[in-house]
Design a protein around this ligand. Sequence first.
Ligand SMILES: *Cc1c(COP(=O)(O)O)cnc(C)c1O
Length: 390
Amino acid sequence: MIPYGKQNISDEDIQAVVDVLRSDFLTQGPVLPAFEKTVSAYCGAKHAVAVNSATSALHIACMALDVGPGDLVWTSPITFVASANCARYCGADVDFVDIDPRTFNLCAERLAEKLQRAEQSGRLPKVVIPVHMCGQSCDMEAIGRLAKQYGFRVIEDASHAIGGTYKGKKVGGCDYSDVTVFSFHPVKIITTGEGGMALTNDVELVKRMARLRSHGITRYPAEMTAPPDGPWYYQQIGLGFNYRMTEIQAALGMSQMSRLDEFVTQRHSVAARYAELLKNSPVSTPWQHPDAYSSRHLYVIRLQGPGGMALRREVFERMRASGIGVNVHYIPVYRQPYYARMGFDPADFPAAEQYYAEAITLPLFPDLTLEQQQAVVRSLTSPVGYQTLF
Ligand SMILES: *Cc1c(COP(=O)(O)O)cnc(C)c1O
């Protein structure tokens, strides 16, 4: 089976992990702050908080922004469920903004329309979570402008997008957002096994997120309610979690960071080869917005023939049967039973529905060979397959 995504682990990565295993600290040592510094410097953000997953990062970002019961958080319906679940952890309500059919990202125009209606009904969101689908940045300038106009905060779910740029600057700099979140799950651009990070330029937010990652505890006298009882002293300021990343994970992430640009370049080569192999086929290949340089996390094609869902299902089943690990990213979140129970109407999200009927993710990772790609395209377009369905 050719998987849809796969990590690249070098001898240097392995050595970096072994070095930590032979050191004094397996957690809460010197490598984690070094990893945070490396990522924040790369992205041009002032601060970073590494945690055990992007899901945890999204959760503490929402908490740091005081998301709670009665609040409303909006995100894209075409995302992994974690982008919405973080609001539910805080007791907030979730709603979705339909996607741009070209980029599959939360659409800034639909957002503007929905905000206008929400203002009239007095139910504006506290936080909006745009998701950089497939590694291509959302229209952050427009979203940032709306955030100022309507007074909501912005968390970028950039789980797909480390190494990408927007208007010439690295994703993660938080120029138009309060917090940006990355995932280091093995299918993503760089990996720590499991792991995530929250970046921000706001010193208050970084302090809050750092406490929330570790039980709500601080050891800084300046953050305490009273002078320390002694050098042993710490205070639990609020209710936090154990969301810490280990030194073992941070060492792997640190080592992976040195190849981040190389990974993204390799991903672009793979995408360019697909575009070439598919140029005479009827499938539509991913469109790239001129403002964004994608990190190319996912290669999503659309089968826009007659037959809709039935066609996609047939192609999907045949490709899986021939050992191609195709996938669908994503089932619209409002279709998940947990969210459907809240009363969403799929008809309110026509672009997401259309996307879901047509999308297939082809394998894409740095080490994917031309031969493997040819096998993928053969399976997709073979005479017994897609072309005969037209
Ligand atoms: C992978 C992913 C997450 C969750 O990341 P974890 O590190 O696995 O928690 C969140 N949002 C999006 C868009 C993702 O792709």
